[in-house]
Write a protein that binds this ligand. Sequence first.
Ligand SMILES: [Zn+2]
Length: 308
Amino acid sequence: MVPLIYHPRFNITAFGLERLHPFDSQKYRHIHDALVARGLRRPSDFTRPSPVTQADLLKVHTPEYLRSLRRSEVLARILEVPVVRRIPTWLLDRRVLRPMRYAVGGTLLACRLALEHGVAINLGGGYHHAGSDRGGGFSAYADVPLGALILHEEGRIGRVLVVDLDVHQGDGTASVFRNWSWASILDLYEDDLFPFPKEPVDVPLPVPAGLSGIEYLDIVRDHLPGSFDAHRPDLIIYNAGSDPFEGDPLARLRLSGNDLAERDLLVVTMARERGIPVAMVLSGGYSPQSWRIHTDAIEGILTRFDPA
Ligand SMILES: [Zn+2]
C-alpha cells in the first residue's frame, strides 16, 4: 500500500487562530477521517512520524533564525495573524510550532518511504516559503529542503527535483536550493501573487490569473516529462498545493477539484513511469473545501498505485 504519513498532532488548535487566517488548520484531520470513512485506509494504516529534532533543523536553518521563532512578533508575521503578537511564546511553540515540527518529521518520513515504496504521501508539510534564515506565508520550517538534504547526506540520493505546483512560488525552498548543485525546482505559479520578488528557479512556469484547468493541465503535460528526463532525479518531492482551485480565496486560477485530482495523478504517474520515487506533501490550500480536494486526489493515487 502507498504509505500515508499522518499524526493527530499535525492539527493546529490555537485560540481561534483558525478563524483569523483562511488556512483550515484541521485540514489534516479532515483528510485522514475522510480516507477512513471512504474505506481506503484504517486508522492503524497511517504511519506516524516523530517531530523533527533541533539538530536536524540546524542542518538547514541558522541558529539565529531558530532563536527568532521564540519571539511572538516574528511568529505573528510568519503566520500572518497580527494578534499572535499578544500570545506567550511558550504557548505558541506548543500549539503552532510543535504541530509544524511533526509535519516536518512527516516530510522526512515521506522522502524515506518514497525510496522504499515508490510513492509516499505526507498529509501535511510543504512549507515552501521558509528559507534558511527566514519564514513567511505560514511557513516556519523548510521541510522539503531538509528532507532532500538528509537523504543526500546519507548517500541515498544524488539529485533531487522539487515539483512545486502550489499556486504561490516556493521562494523559500528555491533560496535554500540556490547553493546546492544537486537540487533543482520546477515551479508553476500564478505570477501576480505573493511572494514578491520571485526567487530564481531552474524551471519557472509563471502563469496569469484566470488560467483554466484545461490550459493548466496542458502546461503540466508539456513541461514535466521533459524536466524529469533532463534532471534525472533520484527523488521527486511534489508540493501538491490545492490553492490553484477556482474557489481558493488567495488565488485566481480556475481549476476544479477534478482538475486538481487529475494533476496529482499525472505528476505521480509520470514520475513512476520513469521509475523515479515521489514523495508528495500537501502545502497550501485555503478554501474550506481544500480537505475534500486533497482527499479526492489521494483517492485517485491510491486507486492507481495500491496493489490490487
Ligand atoms: Zn500557496
